[in-house]
Design a protein around this ligand. Sequence first.
Ligand code: NZQ
Ligand code: ZN
Length: 388
Amino acid sequence: MNLDFSYQNPTTIYFGKRAMEHLSSEIKGYGRTIMLAYGKGAIKKSGLYDQVVAILKENGKNIVELSGIMPNPTYEKVEEGAKLVRENSVDLILAVGGGSVIDCAKAISVAAYCEGDAWTRYWLKFEPVDHKTVPVAAVLTLAGTGSEMNAGSVITNEAMKLKMGRVFPSNINPEFSILNPEYTFTLPVYQMASGIFDMMSHLMEAYFSGNDDVTTDYMIEGLLRSIINSAKIAIKDPGNYEARSNLMWSSTLAMNPLLGLSKTQDWEVHMMEHQLGAYTDCAHGMGLAAISLPYYRYISKYGLDKFARFAKVVWDIDEMNKSKEELAFAGIDALEKFAKECGIVTKLKELGATKEMLPLIADSTVILHGGYKQLTKEEVLEILKAAY
Ligand code: NZQ
Ligand code: ZN
């Protein structure tokens, strides 16, 4: 572990079939008014909404609702929530849903008492937050983003056509998160698969950078193997508790940010996907998959040792009679085969992108330098064309 780091994760996790039993005792520690933030209706259909509302009422809480949080949450929605928080002096924001709902709750937390425009200050200028924030907690219904145990918040500004991610200091983490894998049983397979590629991508973004002999890389390989194994089971048998619980815990670990410690990291795939999302509103994990395959094929020559290790250790590919280049490509082929088996979309045209959008997406993509090759805008465009 060559690079210094500090690590603190303040989120309390309640995991398992009885995790919800802890909600009552946890909310006692907060004031009377709770904002219940949720998406477009999945929790009403599943019965989770009724369950949570009953617990809040039993505890004498005053409930303020923010419904209709959309996938790829918009800054407009954040402003709506921030206004509700101020008007009702909300004491806790309880996000019940996937990454979009939890990200939106964190954004509301920092925007509510912000002087000036929070979008400009926090998502464009990355300013520190120097005023009152509102505690956030989560009940997770989709495994993928890791938002339940991190301080990330990815928000889309529709007017500016920008989807920007921001990692706040850990005081913006959910204070506690309830993780019952059974809550993911109602997910459409498409969303499950999108979450699976997202959690893998978080690990690969950290993995495909540097060649040091760090513990973190071994941990990533172990988690990737576990995800691949459980994903194959869960896609065929969505009600398999063991597989769904493995996926849920793996996704929380993949992005919390334990699995990036003491490493340089890449994150260029996420930068491209965020702009793809700003233009198409596609499911995040699907966009990542479509971009990752041509991107990794393109950059593998700059990080050959690591791509060869990925093929051997993660995918059990026999290195006999193969050059390093062949081994590296065999690993990426295995990733593609796995993605297709899971029903993951691997072409941008199937995600709502048009040819005309590609130069706009390329032009607005943030270029990072932690990967094996710092891309030019022209190279981003070529990768997007190959992904199309
Ligand atoms: O709106 P509802 O009705 O809740 O339906 C949602 C939504 O349509 C549905 N869903 C969620 N749980 C369900 C369910 N449907 C049935 N049963 C359930 N149990 O699934 C759809 C997608 O939900 P969403 O929250 O958008 O998905 P996800 O968790 O993949 O979140 C994606 C967002 O998180 C950001 C992404 O960019 C994207 O905006 N990310 C956040 C990160 C973070 N905070 O660290 C990191 C990630 O890299 C990512 O960028
Ligand atoms: Zn992601």
